[in-house]
Design a protein around this ligand. Structure first.
Ligand SMILES: [Fe+2]
Length: 293
């Protein structure tokens, strides 16, 4: 894993072109305990931001409301591209800043190079994901779809969903079951193609031998299929988890450190801490400014 490391003083302008060169993860060390610098650097690179609907009540910025606190739940969250399951483009850049570093072992943010993951997976899987894409299925209660789509009524929700050709849905009382067909493979800012998606953070269950009895994040109201509609079997999921873990770089946080990376080039996730302890991270997810080439 190549990480370009700077202090706050040394940091050059964070622009799209940095991620075109050799596609590093950027670490800005220490001193970022106020969120001002964190927000300034993201606004320098991005023209708009994605707000994860599940974190609407976890906003920590009074300025532009795009900084949210990462969930504190002590669990294992496998690598994913932020927002990959939604009927809209995925954000380009992820920004994380550490407000309180975990004092226990663990609690790292994991990063997996999606290009390497695509290259190293069995050929038949790579071909299938590239050709078919994937379908994310999720069942959302009223509060979730209201927050996610910024609407109030079922009628307004249906208007939004009908606009998306890659979305099918079924209204169930006040809930909605959505099937969203998206690419499983996409292009990063450096032009490389990677296994960029949310499969491993969208599983209804998992039975990987390394995680038996451990709090690996799954959600029984989610499901995931190949784009053809076929199930992705357990063996395939376990193959992906094993490969993900083999390629995983674990970033040990220090308070004040900040990480910036291409959302489609690096899947991000987290490990759990050995014992419960405070671990506070803030995040922002941005769409880059269009630049002249
Ligand atoms: Fe995430």
């Amino acid at each position: 894993m190549k990480i370009n490391s700077y202090t706050e003083r040394e940091i050059p302008a964070i622009t799209h072109s940095i991620f075109k060169k050799d596609n590093p993860v950027i670490l800005i060390k220490g001193g970022n305990d106020s969120i001002d610098f964190f927000e300034k650097i993201s606004v320098q690179a991005c023209e708009s931001f994605h707000l994860p609907a599940t974190r609407k009540d976890k906003m920590v910025s009074s300025k532009d409301k795009h900084t949210t606190e990462v969930f504190r739940n002590n669990l294992i969250l496998s690598g994913h591209t932020e927002g990959a399951y939604l009927p809209k483009p995925t954000p380009d850049l992820c920004f994380f800043v550490c407000i309180t570093a975990p004092k226990q072992n663990g609690g790292e943010t994991t990063l997996v190079n999606s290009t390497k993951m695509l290259e190293e997976m069995p050929c038949h899987l790579r071909q299938r994901f590239q050709e078919e894409g994937i379908i994310y299925e999720y069942l959302w209660q009223k509060e979730r779809w209201q927050a996610e789509f910024n609407v109030q009524t079922i009628e307004e929700l249906e208007i939004v969903l009908q606009k998306s050709k890659s979305t099918t849905y079924e209204i169930q009382n006040q809930s909605v079951k959505i099937q969203q067909r998206n690419d499983a493979v996409s292009k990063a800012l450096d032009g490389s193609i990677g296994f960029s998606n949310g499969i491993l953070a969208h599983l209804p269950a998992q039975n990987h031998p390394d995680y038996i009895g451990k709090p690996f994040y799954t959600n029984t109201s989610n499901n995931i299929y190949y784009g053809s509609g076929d199930n992705i079997d357990n063996h395939t999921i376990n193959t992906l988890i094993t490969l993900h873990d083999k390629l995983s770089y674990k970033h040990r946080w220090k308070t004040g450190d900040m990480l910036i990376f291409d959302n489609r080039k690096y899947l991000h996730g987290r490990t759990m801490t050995e014992k419960p302890c405070s671990r506070v991270l803030f995040s922002r997810f941005g769409y880059i400014k269009h630049q002249e080439t």
